[in-house]
Write a protein that binds this ligand. Structure first.
Ligand code: NAP
Length: 249
């Protein structure tokens, strides 16, 4: 049994897939969740589903690739509540392609959405956590950031960058009991992976390198996050937890 003491969390990319599962899992445990996504429809539907199930949630449409938009949103939130106790940086995109065909826009969009967004959200939300002497920050990276992946130079660089950010901030905030950890999913069934998961030949090829011989569910990642956001994980910081069916071991 994990405990959360009625904390408040902000989860980015909570409109769909892994972020939605994280938001739902935290809400089931009594956490008030601010669901952030790019489209108002997406985070609105996710927050409405949580509320309909008896949880506490609200929607906030923010383009996380826009640092000024994050600053504005964070300032408005912190005018309402003194602290957001839990931050899950989950929003992410892919723009895959081999290096020689990768455009500047494909590089910059992936770095700003996946990596720079974590810098901005953390910069704005971590200060009140450090003052409160309690906080949980979880960054959703990827096995691509650990192993590398041909065709994903931009994404792997962003995800590896998130790991460096996680470890540095874990050291910066440790004295204030704010933990910073990363979760590295393998192949999880979401909109991001539909292309791989639904093509039988491609799916079979991928599963050859997954010892547990199945794709992961969003709930598999949410369960790991739930632990890292709980009171009970207070002695765990600066770590990267792969949830990948054994692929990167
Ligand atoms: P997904 O189903 O494509 O959902 C992505 C979410 O991120 C959506 O809610 C989307 O908002 C939001 N988002 C994207 N760009 C945004 C922006 N500029 N501003 C605000 N929100 C934005 O992806 P997923 O598979 O759940 O992936 C979640 C995280 O896990 C990502 O960081 C991804 O890199 C990582 N990951 C996934 C896998 C996998 O196999 N699925 C593996 C390793 C790592 P809208 O709903 O408004 O579009």
């Amino acid at each position: 049994m994990l405990t959360y003491n009625n904390r408040t969390a902000l989860v980015t990319g909570a409109g769909r897939g892994i972020g939605k599962a994280i938001a739902e899992t935290l809400a089931k445990n009594g956490v008030t969740v601010i669901c952030v996504s790019k489209s108002a429809d997406s985070c609105g539907a996710a927050a409405a589903a949580i509320t309909a199930a008896g949880g506490k949630a609200r929607a906030l449409a923010v383009d996380v690739s826009d640092g000024a938009a994050i600053a504005k949103a964070a300032e408005a939130l912190l005018a309402e509540v003194p602290v957001i106790d839990i931050l899950v940086n989950n929003a992410g995109i892919t723009r895959d392609g081999l290096l020689f065909r990768m455009s500047d826009a494909d590089w910059n969009d992936v770095i700003s959405t996946n990596l720079t967004s974590c810098f901005h959200w953390t910069k704005h939300l971590a200060r009140p956590m450090t003052r409160a002497r309690w906080g949980r920050i979880v960054n959703i990276t990827s096995v691509s950031g650990i192993m590398g992946n041909a065709g994903q130079a931009n994404y792997s660089a962003a995800k590896a960058g998130m790991i460096g950010l996680t470890k540095s901030l874990a050291r910066e905030f440790a004295g204030r009991s704010v933990t910073v950890n990363a979760v590295a999913p393998g192949f999880i069934k979401t909109d991001m992976t539909t292309e791989f998961v639904t093509k039988p030949e491609l799916a079979a090829k991928i599963l050859e390198v997954v010892p547990l011989k199945r794709f992961g569910e969003a709930a598999d990642i949410a369960n790991m996050c739930a632990y890292l956001c709980s009171e009970e994980s207070g002695y765990v910081t600066g770590q990267v937890f792969t949830v990948d069916g054994g692929m990167a071991m």
